[in-house]
Design a protein around this ligand. Structure first.
Ligand code: IMP
Length: 422
């Protein structure tokens, strides 16, 4: 390992949870560095299915779990998730929450809903309504509340009430629902007391572990194309989902990073609004959705499905510095007689292999496809690259070549054992 960053290279939902779980067998510490409970990482162990939103997936293997400074954390959601996983025999004492992580307050969730409701058709982002954007806005505006405040209940209450009053005034002016501040505080107080012992200076924790040469996995959420700077703005999330985000979001020097894993599906999905050049908004897309069970782990929304887009994935691998790929859900393509790969875009009659920065261009472009024969047989029992049908091997090699990275891991089903190194 020793310091590995794992990120999604598409629009999220690449199957990171499963790959993290597999890699965590060798990790002593797993660190989340951005996002919040907009994420939903699914891990299946035997007949048990776990969906983790804030807790690093390392919890299922007993690794030390760090929720870094780059996250926005809903204290009530975190408490509930911890209590839930405790009932499933996981040891939550391995969790540390950064003093510097910002807190998602009830008014952030209301503000998320207010903004999304007021966006006109075509401008909606389709957020998860977890308050992510408003919490990061407050962080940048320097009016956020950090986890540090959980250590001093009186100061926390005063800060919360002060901000809540300001927000209620905004909601009133917008003719929107008002918060019952006392009732919200009562819920927050319970969560604050519960989380108090877990609040730590995680920058020190992480750097001490690095110094000791421990195997550490940095667990990205969402995907590169949802990055606030590099994604399909404004249809993005509000954090740096790319590998660079791990350094700022955990207090890690780039000097210490040894490798970057990029997780991508063998096809493409997107949940929420925004451009999606290879989307199959038809029967073929519906077949992919059903075969891949493509419904959001956090919101349950149906995911939009389409062919593999090598242009956007290559760009994402570039900015993430991906050296190894983990390609997931290959088996979902088992029934396809032929497969299309988008190798370039045509914009206003001009062919390009580069990702445009303007979301408007991404909506009007025509994808240029290369077609490959499918394998039309079951791949789920493969345990080595050479077990895969020949056409599947060719397909994987082609997409890896197009995105300019090595294949490190292949996944052919939801179970731990349906994953192998290449
Ligand atoms: P937000 O992060 O809730 O503000 O949502 C912004 C955009 O990112 C929306 O299109 C969401 O659907 C998308 N998004 C946020 N989290 C995830 C995720 O974990 N997987 C996939 N899409 C996500």
């Amino acid at each position: 390992m020793p310091v590995t960053i794992l990120v999604g290279v598409q629009w999220g939902d690449e199957g990171k949870g499963k790959i993290i779980d597999v890699l965590t067998k060798d990790a002593e510490m797993v660190v989340r560095f951005q996002g919040g409970n907009n994420a939903g990482h699914t891990v299946e162990i035997g007949d048990e299915k776990y969906v983790l939103h804030l807790i690093p997936s390392g919890i299922l293997r007993g690794a030390d779990c760090v929720i870094g400074n780059g996250l926005v954390v809903d204290p009530i959601a975190l408490m509930e998730e911890m209590k839930d996983i405790e009932t499933r025999k996981a040891d939550v004492s391995v969790i540390q929450l950064s003093t510097k992580a910002h807190l998602i307050m009830p008014y952030h969730k209301l503000m998320d809903a207010l903004k999304e409701n007021r966006r006109s058709e075509g401008k909606k982002i389709g957020t998860t309504k977890r308050g992510i954007g408003p919490a990061y806005s407050d962080k940048a505006a320097r009016s956020g509340i950090r986890a540090l405040e959980l250590l001093d209940m009186k100061a926390f209450e005063a800060l919360f009430r002060e901000q809540a009053e300001i927000y209620n005034q905004i909601f009133k002016n917008a003719d929107f629902e008002l918060m019952d501040i006392d009732a919200e505080w009562a819920k927050l107080e319970v969560a604050a007391k519960y989380l108090n012992p877990f609040v730590k200076d995680t920058v020190l924790t992480v750097n001490k572990a690095v110094k000791k040469g421990k195997n550490i996995l940095f667990e990205g959420a969402q995907g590169g194309l949802l990055d606030i700077d590099h994604g399909t703005y404004p249809f993005v999330t509000s954090s740096n989902t790319t590998s660079g985000g791990a350094c700022a979001g955990a207090g890690l020097s780039p000097r210490h990073v040894d490798s970057v894993y990029g997780v991508m599906k063998a096809y493409t999905t997107r949940v929420g609004e925004g451009p999606f050049p290879t989307e199959l908004a038809n029967e073929a897309g519906e077949r992919l959705r059903q075969a891949g069970h493509e419904f959001g782990a956090t919101t349950g929304r149906p995911r939009r499905c389409g062919w593999f887009d090598a242009v956007s994935s290559r760009y994402s691998c570039l900015i993430n510095g991906v050296d190894n790929l983990a390609i997931t859900k290959l088996d979902v393509l088992d029934d396809q007689p032929e497969l299309k790969i988008c190798v370039a875009y045509e914009i206003d009659g001009v062919r390009t292999e580069d990702m445009p920065c303007d979301s408007k261009a991404l909506v009007k472009l025509t994808p240029i496809y290369e077609t490959m024969p499918g394998w039309e047989c079951d791949s789920t029992s493969a345990r080595h690259f050479n077990d895969l049908p020949e056409n599947a091997q060719k397909y994987l090699k082609r997409i890896a070549e197009l995105v300019d990275a090595n294949i490190g891991i292949i996944s052919v089903g939801p179970k731990r054992e349906q994953t192998f190194n290449v």
